[in-house]
Design a protein around this ligand. Structure first.
Ligand code: H2U
Ligand code: ZN
Length: 339
C-alpha cells in the first residue's frame, strides 16, 4: 500500500507535493528546543502597546475600546501612496506594490487569546475579519487576514491580535490556489474544496465539524499539526458568511483551538490566515473560503519542525501522518484553562 511506505501526496489546492515518511520521529533528538513562555498575564498591562488607552511606539494613543480595535500598522510593509511602476529588464523584473497593513486587536483584555475567548467574543473577531476584507478589497486585489500566535511564530506581543495586509498583486500562495480551483471548476463545474470535503467527511482526517463548518488535517498537510477549516456550503469569501455561519465558525474555532492547546497542555503557537476570492469576488466563482492553520511544533511544546535541507532544496516532508495527528486532535477535549 502506497500509504504504508515512504510516499508523496499531492496538495490539490496548490498542485505541489509533500514527502511523507512516517516513522522518522523515533530518531533521537539532540537539536535545539524552545522554552515555553511563562503563563499568567493580567487583564491590563500598562506597558502593552495594544491595551486600551495605551501609547504606541509612534506616540499615538489607543482609544479606550471595549470590543475590537483596528489601526494602520505603524511599521507597515505596504504603503497606499506608492505609485504603480514596473521594471522589465531582461531577466530582471520588478513592480511597485501599493497596499495597506493594519493591526487588529481582538479584545481589550490583555490576558485573553482566541482560544480562551468565549464564542460570543470570537464572533466579534469573525465580523472584524469580514469587515476588513470587504473594506480593503475596494482598493486592493488581495486582502490577507492572518495571526501569528506565540513568540515561536514571531508574535511581538501576547495581547490578542492579528494583522491584515492588502495589496495590488495576487501573492504566490493565493495565486497557486486560485489557479488550481479555477482549473477544477472549469473541468468539473464544481468547487474543488467542496468536492474534497465530500471525500473527507466522516473520514479519518476530520477533527471537528458542526452544521456549517468542517475542520480537518488535510491529506497533504506539511506542518505536523496543520489544519484546514472550510464552510460546508459554497462561500467565496468572508463577507459572504451568513450570521449563523459566523456563529458556527466562532464555535468551531473555540473547539479546535482548545484541542490545539490540549496537545502539549501549552498555548499552541501557529500562523493562521484566511484565503478566499481575490477582488472582485464575482470574477472568482471557483473560490471557496477556507482558513489554514500552520503550527510549527513537532513532538512537544519545545521541539519545533524546521524547514531545512531536503525541504528547502527538494521538497517539503513530514514524519507523522496526517491521519495520526487527526486522531490525536479528535481524542482531545478542551483543557480547563482554555474554556
Ligand atoms: P505581530 O505580533 O504579528 O508582530 O504583530 C504586531 C504588529 O504591530 C507588528 O507588525 C505593529 C508591528 O509592526 N506595531 C505597531 O504598529 N505599533 C506599535 O506601537 C508596536 C507594534
Ligand atoms: Zn495588552
Amino acid at each position: 500500500m502506497v500509504m504504508d511506505v515512504p510516499h508523496r501526496r499531492r496538495n490539490a489546492l496548490t498542485g505541489e507535493w509533500v514527502l511523507v515518511s512516517a516513522g522518522r520521529t523515533s530518531r533521537p533528538w539532540q537539536g535545539s528546543t524552545e522554552t515555553p513562555a511563562a503563563a499568567g498575564r493580567s487583564a491590563y498591562d500598562p506597558g502593552c502597546y495594544l491595551c486600551p488607552g495605551n501609547t504606541r511606539a509612534t506616540g499615538d494613543q489607543n482609544p479606550d475600546y471595549d470590543e475590537t480595535f483596528v489601526f494602520t500598522n505603524d511599521f507597515a510593509a505596504l504603503q497606499p501612496d506608492v505609485v504603480y511602476e514596473t521594471m522589465d529588464d531582461g531577466l530582471l523584473q520588478a513592480e511597485s506594490e501599493p497596499g495597506t497593513c493594519r493591526v487588529i486587536c481582538y479584545s481589550p483584555r490583555h490576558d485573553l487569546d482566541l482560544a480562551s475567548m468565549s464564542p460570543a467574543g470570537i464572533r466579534t473577531v469573525v465580523d472584524l475579519w469580514s469587515d476588513q476584507v470587504a473594506d480593503l478589497a475596494k482598493e486592493n486585489t488581495w486582502v490577507q487576514v492572518f495571526e501569528n500566535r506565540g513568540a515561536t511564530m514571531g508574535a511581538s506581543n501576547p495581547h490578542p491580535h492579528g494583522q491584515v495586509w492588502a495589496g495590488a498583486a495576487l501573492p504566490n500562495e493565493p495565486l497557486k490556489e486560485d489557479a488550481q480551483q479555477r482549473h477544477h471548476f472549469e473541468e468539473n463545474g464544481t468547487l474543488l474544496l467542496l468536492d474534497y470535503l465530500e471525500q473527507e467527511l466522516d473520514g479519518e482526517r476530520v477533527v471537528a465539524a458542526n452544521e456549517s463548518w468542517v475542520a480537518l488535517v488535510p491529506f497533504w498537510a506539511v506542518w505536523p499539526f496543520e489544519m484546514l477549516l472550510v464552510p460546508r456550503r459554497p462561500v467565496r469569501w468572508l463577507p459572504e458568511l451568513r450570521g449563523d455561519e459566523r456563529d458556527g465558525l466562532a464555535r468551531i474555532l473555540s473547539d479546535v483551538l482548545g484541542r490545539y492547546d490540549a496537545v502539549f497542555d501549552f498555548p499552541f503557537p501557529y500562523s493562521m490566515g484566511w484565503h478566499g476570492a481575490p477582488a472582485p469576488a464575482e470574477d472568482h466563482p471557483h473560490s471557496q473560503l477556507h482558513a489554514h492553520f500552520y503550527p510549527p511544533l513537532l513532538r512537544s511544546a519545545t521541539v519545533r519542525k524546521h524547514m531545512v535541507g531536503y525541504e528547502l532544496l527538494a521538497e517539503v516532508q513530514r514524519d507523522i501522518t496526517a491521519e495520526s495527528v487527526a486522531a490525536r486532535l479528535r481524542s482531545l477535549a478542551k483543557t480547563e484553562s482554555s474554556t
